[in-house]
Ligand binder design. Structure first.
Ligand code: PLP
Length: 436
């Protein structure tokens, strides 16, 4: 097999997608895609519909889906409770531009699961919640600087990325994670309004996992130096446990941002935390300061209907137990197959299962953890991943750039067995073609 064969094979079975990609390239500037993660050489499939753990493209190809709406769909595609709630709501009106009961119930459900969220505010997406966290922290502390960890992702707005082409973020300081001494040195300047930390670890819930002791230290240090502590649970909130990742490590942040799963599959963000910090949003007579918050789509009835339907299913923890169980099944059986076939690739994680392509220093008995602590190795495989993604797509497995497999309650053990087979087969094909 030559390195070109898979591209030719894929293109021949995805002619409808190829045609749409050609059209898209003329109008959508990101090489025809609408999100950087959806760019692939030669192109990703164009999807027509999805249900449960599956989605189908314009050429009739079926995929077991592990992209799952960028991690939002812990219930799988088109969960019946969410479909019913949205269908009923669309007939009753998508936007009243007014208050409604669903937003109250939604906030109560969120707070009931995450008690650190004494007050809750809704947004259109996760990054908006993070931007509001920065503003609230500035008002609360009277300071302007933002402290965050390199590799952590919080959205694409200037202060959330910190640096990059066209970015102006002169109040943002980025420090490496995992080093309590350098964290204390920076916090001790007393200049920082907020410390932001991505729940689980850097990248989608923990490609570079946090050591829980470091997070506990970070929480203690923020209290010592009067800096607001935010845990960004946009990915991990309502994915790891009803109480979020914070409940697993036993840390109570001042503020928590949510997104993805809290909206049941529709676009959403939420921010919650200590009433005295969130209180800047409460109207007050001058000269006291009142923070206004607009946003056309905040808690719109359609998203709220989906969010309430989904959150009702999260409260007893059964969804989280199931995705963690499926995650364990995939990584344990997957690692066994990879070892047996002599492939230097491993799987790790909780319910988002990472494909590790770096060098293997250790085989941790608890394979929720990666085979190394070396950050560079954890993110290795930049060249090989797009190629692996293509091989997996051709075998009916949809991933986001072959970085991870996201679990949902709609997946079955049979789906996972097929996925392991496809993964091993893809990697062996890559060895043959000389791309691994
Ligand atoms: C940890 C984290 N925070 C924030 C965001 C931004 O959320 P949104 O894309 O809904 O704005 C993301 C998106 O993937 C994320 O992974």
């Amino acid at each position: 097999m030559t390195a070109q064969s898979i591209v030719e094979e894929y293109t021949s079975t995805h002619q409808g997608s190829r045609e749409l990609h050609e059209r898209a390239r003329m109008i959508l500037p990101a090489n025809g895609a609408t999100h950087t993660a959806r760019i692939l050489d030669p192109f990703r499939p164009y999807i027509t519909h999805a249900r449960g753990s599956r989605k189908w493209d314009v050429d009739g190809n079926e995929y077991i889906d592990y992209v799952l709406g960028h991690g939002a769909l812990i219930l799988g595609h088109s969960h019946p409770d969410v479909v019913t709630a949205v269908q009923e709501q669309v007939a009753k009106g998508t936007h009243y531009g007014d208050n409604h009961e669903l937003e109250v119930e939604w906030a109560e459900l969120v707070q009931g699961m995450m008690p650190s969220m004494e007050r809750v505010e809704f947004f259109s997406c996760g990054q908006e919640a993070n931007l509001m966290a920065i503003r609230l922290a500035r008002i609360f502390t009277g300071r302007s600087k933002v402290l965050r960890f390199s590799d952590n992702f919080h959205g694409w707005a200037d202060e959330l990325v910190g640096a990059g082409p066209g970015v102006v973020a002169d109040q943002v300081t980025m420090i490496p994670g995992h080093d309590p001494d350098s964290l204390e040195k920076v916090l001790a300047t007393g200049e920082y309004a907020i410390l932001m930390l991505e729940g689980g670890g850097a990248h989608m819930g923990g490609q570079i996992p946090w050591d829980a002791d470091f997070v506990r230290t970070a929480s203690t240090l923020t209290r010592k130096y009067a800096t607001v502590f935010l845990i960004d649970e946009v990915v991990t909130g309502f994915r790891d446990a009803p109480g979020g990742w914070q409940s697993i490590i036993g840390v109570t942040p001042d503020l928590t941002s949510l997104g993805k799963a809290v909206g049941g599959g529709l676009g959403v963000g939420a921010l919650g935390g200590r009433a005295e910090i969130m209180g800047a949003l409460t109207p007050k007579p001058p000269p006291e300061r009142f923070l206004a918050h607009s946003g056309t789509w905040n808690a719109n009835p359609l998203t709220a209907a989906a969010g309430v339907a989904a959150c009702r299913l999260y409260t007893d923890g059964s969804v989280h137990r199931r995705v963690n169980e499926l995650g364990a099944y995939l990584r344990q059986r997957g690692n066994r197959a990879l070892r047996e076939r002599g492939l230097a690739v491993r799987l790790y994680g909780r319910n988002i299962i990472w494909i590790y392509m770096g060098s293997i220093d250790r085989e941790p008995p608890d394979d929720t953890l990666p085979p190394t602590r070396d950050v560079q190795e954890l993110v290795a495989g930049a060249q090989a991943r797009p190629r692996l993604c293509l091989h997996l797509l051709q075998r009916g497995i949809s991933t986001m750039a072959a970085r991870f497999f996201i679990m949902s309650v709609a997946h079955t053990e049979e789906d996972l067995d097929r996925t392991i087979e496809a993964l091993v087969d893809s990697l062996e094909a890559m060895v043959d073609e000389g791309t691994l």
